[in-house]
Design a protein around this ligand. Sequence first.
Ligand SMILES: [Mn+2]
Length: 422
Amino acid sequence: MKQEFFVNNRQKYFQQVMDNSLSIFFSGRTFPKSADEDYPFEVDKNFYYLAGINQANVMLVITKKGQKIQETLFIEPNDEILSKWVGRKLTPEEASQQSGIEKVMYANEFNNFVFSLLNNSRYHTERIKNVYLNLERRNNGVYTNPALEFSKHFLRKQYPEVAIHNAYEIVIGLRMIKTPEEVALICESIKTTQAGIESLMAHSKAGLYEYQLEAYFDFAIKSDGQKDYAFKTIAGSGKNGAILHYVANNKVLENGDLVLFDLGSRTEFYVSDITRTFPVNGKFTARQKTVYQAVLDVNKKCIAFLKPGITWKEYNDFAKDLLTKAAFGLGLIKDEKELVKYYFHSIGHFTGLDTHDPGLNELALAKDMVLTVEPGLYVEEENLGIRIEDNVLITEDGAENLSERIIKEIPDIEKFMAASKK
Ligand SMILES: [Mn+2]
């Protein structure tokens, strides 16, 4: 992603905060795994969206005083010994180049910098009265992050007179609307994912373990420019397809079963989130065809339904109504209340820098949002789990299916699989 993207994002952010304010964003830190090993670093996506830097322990400070913007980045200096072990960190010049921020300081200067901003303005009427922090919350009592800690242990104690605001809602509000560059990266991820799915279909056969088939997807994404995963692949055959987030992936593929793959790659953090379900042996049974076609019809009707102005509630209700009718038609239910046994998740979610991209879900859909369409029917008693998931872009007056090239029609799947077995 070019520097201009991040510069523009900061401009948009700046328009939404109060004057005489200070905003602080943390890139995040690494977490210990075991012994001397850490989990791979995962940058805070709101920080990345504004700063364009993928490195732990970096801070971005944006001040707005008299409607003027001042941006400062704080990075860790390079340690010569550590560089030999784990590689070099960004130099101030590189950090500046990636982010478009001219002023780059070292992390050990951060506290004094913030002190001086808050203290120096003490006797001025136009002092900094507002501090914005990226205060992400989770429904989990033990969850914490650098912004929550900075607020709790420093700001509240040292500067009880400043008002603390949540930058999180502002940034996720901006992230809902994708630029053409963001859509292009999502499309690139979809393209890699397509190659991976085609490889899965080509190599599918009874007797393989789910994880063995999954490995063809792994090969496809690693060999295509060392891409990363959007999330852990779900590979569920037979009954396992009916477990929404099944990731054990360790059952043998049986002849006559369907296998469901929910997976995606990511490019510069922009993800694809695709699900395809196909027969292990390349040929649907009559019953599988009927149920699959019912889900596919809902998938296509949902894509046709989407346009600016539709709310998430309307979208969810629309899908649920169609799936209810389908379940009646398939003889699965006799009362609409029973649908929950066969369909129990929502029809989609935003996608972008995160697989489940955070957004303000009470707002209606608008042009340039990207979201998933993922109806499913899960009939455990028939060894069936079917979900068909595409990623769509909301346009001026409808929705464009970004993943339309990934085959999903019954004849196309059967033809493709038969051809690849020759
Ligand atoms: Mn999804």
